[in-house]
Design a binder for this molecule. Structure first.
Ligand SMILES: *[C@@H]1O[C@H](CO)[C@@H](O)[C@H](O)[C@H]1NC(C)=O
Ligand SMILES: *[C@@H]1O[C@H](CO)[C@@H](O)[C@H](O)[C@H]1NC(C)=O
Length: 305
């Protein structure tokens, strides 16, 4: 009898621990009754998580920065040649978060160099020293997600794209479909632009956390515990997304100076120069081919003569 009861308890304990998990964060550790989940963000520092919803981006970045410092797997940094002017310069850092998971307006990455960020934690000012003041956290109210998908046999029905994407985003990130504002499509480039926008002044929706989860879904591996892929279904066709670029639009314009933008401008110049060289090469080879045709044609003409 006691054996049976012990077995029952064991069963309950196993059952409970099986339910004690964090669906929205695969790196979380969960245990106890009631179940509590945490994310390691520094040596011996655990951030408590609410796993009923997406984990705020600031906590995710903190955890990721810590994992990167320990050489554990995280996202691949700097794999792309050119990214949007906002994102590419800094990438990941160890952010300071408010108690509710939002970013502190000023970030210093544990150094003496500081800068101001938007609600996505992305730098929107020049870097300065510790005396730098950031009056408030400026909200990002509009995100443009530039998605590329693998070719789909027979193409996709453009009319179905917006509702399909809105539904997929709602299902995966529990996100109001109304926020998907506009969708543009370039079938030749397999390129989808999704504008996700909220009212200026709205403080309920966290666009940037959703975008961060999506970035991970497309670029590396899902942050969700079940490693299911994010593959929107348009009509009967499944979209396999392979690239994502996120543009941030804040309620107030960023205050970069030219100096801070140099990197981006250099990248643009490089692209333009490469395009020009490619153009010249095309012209050069076309000319050569024409010349070859001409010189080949010549003897034949002579023969007939
Ligand atoms: C933050 O600090 C880490 C480690 O010192 C460094 O590798 C990283 O480049 C820094 N990031 C930024 C944005 O300054
Ligand atoms: C989060 O906390 C900060 C600082 O206390 C506050 O300014 C901000 O309004 C809070 N945001 C939300 C969404 O609760």
């Amino acid at each position: 009898m006691t054996f049976l009861i012990a077995l029952l308890f064991l069963g309950l304990a196993v059952g409970a621990s099986a339910n004690c998990k964090c669906d929205t964060m695969k790196w979380a550790t969960c245990d106890g009754t009631p179940c509590e989940c945490t994310l390691l963000v520094d040596d011996g520092v655990k951030q408590k998580l609410n796993c009923n919803t997406l984990i705020p981006k600031c906590y995710l970045m903190k955890g990721e920065s810590y994992r990167a410092s320990k050489g554990q797997d995280t996202r691949i940094i700097g794999g792309k040649p050119v990214e949007s002017a906002f994102l590419d310069n800094d990438g990941i850092y160890d952010p300071d978060c408010e108690n509710n998971g939002t970013f502190k307006a000023r970030q210093c990455n544990n150094t003496d160099v500081c800068w101001c960020v938007n609600s996505a934690g992305v730098r929107r000012t020049d870097k300065g020293d510790k005396t730098l003041k950031c009056e408030k956290l400026v909200e990002t109210y509009w995100l443009r997600l530039q998605l590329t998908h693998e070719p789909v046999e027979g193409g996709i029905d453009e009319k179905l794209l917006k509702p399909a994407l809105a539904a997929a985003i709602k299902k995966r990130y529990n996100f109001d479909t109304k926020l998907v504002d506009e969708v543009q499509y370039d079938p030749d480039a397999n390129l989808i632009l999704v504008d996700v926008k909220k009212e200026i002044g709205e403080r309920q929706t966290d666009l940037t956390t959703m975008a961060y989860y999506m970035e991970k879904d497309v670029k590396v591996l899902p942050l969700f515990k079940d490693q299911e892929k994010f593959e929107p279904v348009v009509g009967t066709k499944t979209l396999k997304l392979n690239k994502i670029l996120v543009y941030y639009v804040d309620e107030e314009n960023p205050t970069f100076t030219m100096k801070a933008l140099t990197g981006g401008i250099i990248a643009v110049i490089v692209v333009v120069v490469l395009a020009v060289i490619a153009g010249l090469l095309v012209v050069f080879f076309a000319r050569r081919r024409e010349q070859q045709k001409y010189s080949k044609a010549q003897p034949r003409e002579l023969e007939t003569m």
